[in-house]
Design a binder for this molecule. Structure first.
Ligand code: DHB
Ligand code: FE
Length: 280
């Protein structure tokens, strides 16, 4: 049977991808504290050794553009390539997928009244790639099969926070009904507070970010009950990406243990957070 062994949420800042390409940046004062926050995450992953990572993220105009944007899209391929959508990020080794598991997830999600767009080809952008690099980029080759699950946070109307929380619960049912013994980690990438354009460009709200982290751990209802407008008011236009954190949380049990919790602001334009939770 499939088993969800834990979840990780993280910001997916593109500047991190560029910093990772330069070994000098690891101990640079600007970056050190940020990268230090990922060491316990890498240790935990080395310990629990997941077979599969389901990566809930948002595409930023690479695979989907304003002409056609699905609210929820899932990769159903055996491999995924990344491409640069404008941040000068390098082309990385191909990411292995698991089409058989993807089709199982699709079938289960549809039966639970979620309707994903099914993508047998899918380019992945920094929302997927940067977290994968932070978790496993230091290793030779990718040690997990990855399943990209792209959520629209680009073209309004965006799906609600509560919808993402419910999606997480549906993912858990889907994984737990998979007949093969696989260990799955669910990633939710995006946020925390940031706004990249307009009058409030540069907005970071540390208090709100910390409240979101606490909520994801102890009281997901608090964040799940926020409207997209409330999220944007508090966390900026791109801060609405925080809804991805609820997909991770929904995939876990009601009681969780905190393996890692780290916050550092600013990195690039963003309040950068990372959280690792295990079922209690
Ligand atoms: C930044 C953060 C993001 O989540 C993103 O998608 C693009 C840029 C930033 O902080 O610069
Ligand atoms: Fe983003």
């Amino acid at each position: 049977m499939g088993k969800i062994i834990g979840g990780i949420t993280t910001s997916h800042i593109p500047a991190v991808g560029n910093a990772l390409a330069d070994p000098e940046k690891r101990n640079d004062p600007y970056w050190k504290r940020f990268f230090d926050g990922y060491e316990p995450v890498k240790e935990w992953l080395a310990d629990v050794k997941p077979d599969v990572a389901i990566v809930v993220y948002n595409d930023h105009g690479l695979n989907f553009f304003l002409d056609t944007i699905p609210t929820l899209a899932i990769g159903c391929a055996d491999q995924y390539k990344n491409a640069d959508e404008g941040w000068a990020l390098p082309q990385l080794e191909v990411f292995p997928g698991d089409a058989q598991l993807s089709w199982h997830l699709v079938e289960s999600l549809v039966n639970q009244e979620f309707d994903p767009t099914m993508c047998q080809e899918m380019l992945v952008d920094h929302g997927f790639v940067v977290p994968m690099q932070l978790m496993w980029g230091h290793l030779e080759g990718w040690p997990v099969r990855a399943i990209p699950l792209a959520i629209n946070t680009v073209q309004h109307p965006l799906p609600t926070a509560r919808r993402l929380y419910k999606l997480g619960k549906a993912l858990r049912n889907a994984v737990e009904s998979y007949p093969e013994d696989i260990k799955v980690v669910v990633l939710g990438t995006g946020g925390m507070s940031h706004q990249l354009q307009g009058e409030r460009a540069g907005l970071i709200n540390v208090d709100f970010d910390l409240a979101c982290m606490d909520s994801v751990i102890n009281d997901p209802e608090w964040l799940a009950s926020k409207s997209i407008t409330e999220l944007i008011e508090n966390a900026g236009t791109e801060g609405a990406e925080i809804i991805m954190w609820l997909a991770m949380r929904g995939a876990l049990h009601s009681n969780v243990n905190v393996v890692q919790k780290h916050y550092h602001a600013p990195i690039s334009n963003t309040g950068a957070g990372v959280l690792v939770l295990e079922n209690a």
